[in-house]
Design a protein around this ligand. Structure first.
Ligand code: NAD
Ligand code: GLY
Length: 359
């Protein structure tokens, strides 16, 4: 087992990375918990629901199970309210613990429910997608979508533990593995050039889900994310670099319709565009832009941005939490392994958007 520690003003907690730990989740339940609510979706419940229920019941606490519909389109106020309905019907109190078993959609919604229910109850993240294991379960960003923007309603609220069972990756579709790998290589690009080079060397092992390569990629990603959020929990500065590629990516997701491209796929392609933008504003060498494009392609994500139309790109990117006073901000690379968030000149942005082939 490896353990990464997260320390933030909102709470300190361990990320435990261990194959097979779904069967031992009772060990993470705090002794004074009065009840447990396991929240998941039918896809994950069919694969891992019984194992997790049995483990949680071994804690001796009452356990209720809540299944939410599967999909980004259900990351809504209505679905969130279903969690509150069941918690209230079962009269769960402030010492109850919520357990989020699933990908980023479940994790973000359960985290937000935990932040709101009775003004805050404890919750444990049990991420089951690669993307959730390396990114969304760590750092306490919780949210639901609003019809006018993704993740626009939410809270910073830290879990009391993150339990990563690497065995669950065996049942993930290849496309979801590729989407998760986009967030893995992001950490190399923004903070750790050596890790980026390691990803380049091990890309085939990662795509093949080689257990040792996957375990290292997950651990290193969690270490790097923990390092960032420990310094800037609420994104007043440094944490914004974790959004590298995301301003373009969110525009792709919204522009094509949520679910057409996976979040990680859109981020992968968005990182290629953000690297091109970095070349224009910081003179990032063309050879580095090419390495970004080659690795995004090698992990199995699209590198060709969709034709949304230059004006629509801009409109979509304005709905971005980094925008300040209507001014767009982008995370750009000063060099491989060093990212900053800044406003960029319109002509540099337009030059990148104009290069997207029109269909
Ligand atoms: P997801 O939660 O929709 O999961 C993808 C699909 O895989 C779903 O159909 C799910 O049921 C299925 N699945 C999950 N685990 C499985 C397993 N082990 N085997 C087989 N199928 C499995 O998608 P995601 O990519 O995990 O998360 C995307 C969401 O995360 C987005 O809403 C995004 O906004 C959010 N996100 C949040 C943060 C954050 O910091 N909070 C960071 C990145 C992304
Ligand atoms: N995924 C971006 C962040 O956690 O800040």
């Amino acid at each position: 087992m490896s353990i990464v520690h997260v320390e933030t003003p909102g709470g300190n907690y361990p990320i435990t990375i261990e194959p097979g730990q779904l069967g031992g989740l009772d060990a993470l339940i705090p002794g004074n918990a009065t009840a447990i609510a396991l929240v998941t979706n039918p896809t994950i419940a069919a694969l891992y629901g019984d194992t997790v229920m049995e483990a949680l019941q071994r804690s001796g606490k009452p356990v209720i199970r809540i299944e939410l519909p599967d999909g980004e389109q259900y990351k809504t106020w209505e679905t969130l309210n279903r969690i509150f309905d069941v918690l209230l019907q079962h009269q769960l109190d402030r010492k109850a613990v919520l357990v989020a078993l699933g990908g980023g959609v479940i994790g973000d919604m359960v985290g937000f429910a935990a932040a709101c229910y009775m003004r805050g109850v404890r919750f444990i993240q049990v991420p089951t997608t690669l993307l959730a294991q390396v990114d969304s379960s760590v750092g306490g960003k919780t949210a639901i979508n609003h019809p006018l923007g993704k993740n626009m309603i939410g809270a910073f609220y830290q879990p009391v533990a993150v339990a990563i069972d690497t065995r669950v990756l065996a049942t993930l579709p290849d496309r979801e593995i590729a989407a998760g790998l986009a967030e893995v290589i992001k950490y190399g690009l923004i903070i750790d050039a050596d890790f980026f080079a390691w990803c380049e060397e091990n890309v085939q092992a990662l795509r093949n889900r080689d257990p040792a390569a996957m375990a290292y990629a997950i651990q290193r990603s969690c270490e790097l994310k923990a390092w960032v959020v420990s310094q800037d929990e609420r994104e007043s500065g440094l944490r914004a670099i974790l959004n590298f590629g995301h301003t373009f990516g969110h525009a792709i997701e919204a522009g094509l319709g949520y679910g057409t491209w996976l979040h990680g796929e859109a981020v992968g392609c968005g990182m290629v565009l953000a690297a091109e933008l970095s070349a224009r504003v910081y003179g990032l060498p063309a050879s580095v832009v090419e390495r970004v494009r080659a690795l995004v392609q090698a992990i199995g994500c699209p590198v060709q941005a969709p034709d949304l139309g230059a004006e629509r790109w801009i409109d979509l990117m304005r709905v971005d939490k980094k925008a300040e006073g209507g001014q767009l901000r982008f995370v750009v690379l000063e060099e491989l392994g060093k990212a900053v968030s800044r406003a960029v000149p319109d002509d540099a942005l337009n030059a990148v958007l104009e290069r997207i082939p029109q269909v």
